[in-house]
Write a protein that binds this ligand. Structure first.
Ligand SMILES: [Mg+2]
Ligand SMILES: [Zn+2]
Length: 169
């Protein structure tokens, strides 16, 4: 049987987008995100983070820094009674960055590569899945992958997160 997913962008959806956030000190969680994820956990929806991380390409932090930071983020969710099931990230940038990170790729949103990888790895039914982003490129990736419901968070995120909960019932 295929699983439903709740795809979450990271910056602007899980944490306030202060620009290239990769440390606990610069992390401010979005109001309502822990409750949303906990509710989705109870519905047996796989929680999949899919995030462009050009800060890696630009050399602001390394992949190891990013992965260690995401382990901390996952721990904060656990402390709040919620669980992130998987994290996908694009470390590339098409025209900025260092070494092999500077390239066109299939994973940087609006391309759907991260969502397609998750579909394969987690046996997801994308048509019955939900995506929440804060930018048009997030929603474009969802539509390109065939995700059923694609929501863009407004500046006051909480009402939108409550609406998102309604889609999971
Ligand atoms: Mg974002
Ligand atoms: Zn990429």
């Amino acid at each position: 049987m295929l699983n439903r997913a709740l795809f979450l962008d990271r910056d602007g959806v899980i944490n306030v987008d202060h620009g290239y956030v990769c440390s606990p000190a610069r992390t401010e969680f979005i109001d309502g995100i822990f409750e949303l994820v906990a509710a989705a956990n109870r519905e047996d929806v796989a929680i999949v983070v899919a995030t462009n991380q050009a800060g890696i390409a630009r050399g602001y932090y390394t992949e190891a820094d990013f992965l260690a930071y995401m382990e901390w983020v996952r721990g904060e969710f656990v402390r709040q009674g919620a669980r992130l099931d998987a994290v996908y990230y694009c470390p590339h940038h098409p025209d900025a960055g260092i070494g092999g990170y500077r390239r066109e790729c299939d994973c940087r949103k609006p391309a759907p590569g991260m969502l397609i990888s998750a579909q394969r790895d987690l046996r997801l039914d994308l048509g019955s899945s939900l995506l929440i982003g804060d930018k048009p490129s997030d929603l474009a990736a969802g539509r390109a992958a065939g995700v059923g419901v694609n929501l863009q968070l407004g500046s006051d995120a909480l009402p939108d997160l409550r609406a998102a909960l309604g889609h999971l019932g």
